[in-house]
Design a protein around this ligand. Structure first.
Ligand code: HEM
Ligand code: HEM
Length: 193
């Protein structure tokens, strides 16, 4: 008798591989810490005052996590170019496929641009130290006016990545809870669809 359900092999071909999902969730966790941490450590309003020692700790944590993220994203992109991604969820329209690919590749570009601009910015500022213990390698000499300009772009990038991540999470939840298709399950940590 013909089996009308999809074979487990065909089903598995539509989900992201285990390493791709691991890369995704490690990246996502770091980004979801780095964005609020970045805004918090640069907050200058009157609503609350962060003690200087705590602020220094947050700055070092931000630099360290951002630096780790850079190498994680490099490894993730090498894996992505070598192994590709599963074909898009079959129920998506070509417009939806185009929009999701554009969002994903813009996110990848920002995942490189954010840590690189941060690293260049702290090199130009002369603030490469982490927790007063070690220093990130310099990418340039010190030039604080140029550093200020680089951080203007770092902030613009942060706002853009925040908006795209919000749209990306919103789209995942829309697909899962309203469309009830398999988009979110393709990327969930366990393989079951
Ligand atoms: C994906 C990675 C990163 C994200 C999402 C991110 C995000 C942010 C955000 C949201 C801010 C606050 C912007 C503002 O309020 O003006 C910020 C500021 C900052 N970031 Fe990052 N960042 C990342 C990587 C890095 C790295 C790798 C470094 C350094 C090695 C770094 C160094 C800084 C510094 C020093 C500031 C403070 C700039 C200032 O005082 O104007 N960031 N970042
Ligand atoms: C709760 C948070 C998140 C959820 C629920 C989520 C969900 C998903 C899902 C379901 C996919 C697969 C989409 C598809 O099948 O076409 C995906 C892919 C992707 N996500 Fe997320 N995501 C989250 C956070 C993030 C964050 C913070 C980033 C990075 C800034 C990110 C970057 C990406 C990228 C680049 C892809 C494309 C993977 C590829 O095809 O190479 N995601 N995400």
């Amino acid at each position: 008798m013909a089996n009308k359900t999809m074979s487990p092999e065909a089903d598995a071909a539509l989900v992201y591989s285990q390493p791709a999902r691991r890369f995704h969730w490690y990246t996502a966790t770091l980004v979801l810490i780095l964005i609020p941490l970045g805004f918090l450590m640069t907050y200058e309003g009157d609503a609350f005052k962060i003690p200087e020692a705590v602020n220094n700790f947050m700055q070092s944590t931000h630099k360290l996590l951002g630096f780790v993220l850079l190498w994680l994203v490099v490894a993730r992109l090498i894996y992505r170019f070598r192994h590709g991604a599963p074909p898009s969820e079959p129920t998506l329209t070509s417009l939806e496929k185009g929009a999701s690919h554009a969002t994903h590749w813009t996110l990848y570009a920002l995942l490189l641009a954010m840590p690189i601009s941060g690293w260049i910015g702290v090199s130009l500022y002369g603030a490469r130290e982490l927790f007063g213990l070690v220093s990130l390698p310099p990418l340039s000499g010190v030039d604080q006016p140029l550093s200020d300009k680089v951080f203007v772009w770092h902030t613009r990038g942060a706002i853009l990545i925040l908006l795209l991540v919000a749209a990306h999470i919103g789209a995942s939840l829309f697909h899962h809870f309203l469309r009830k298709d398999g988009v979110l399950r393709r990327m969930l940590p366990n393989l079951s669809r």
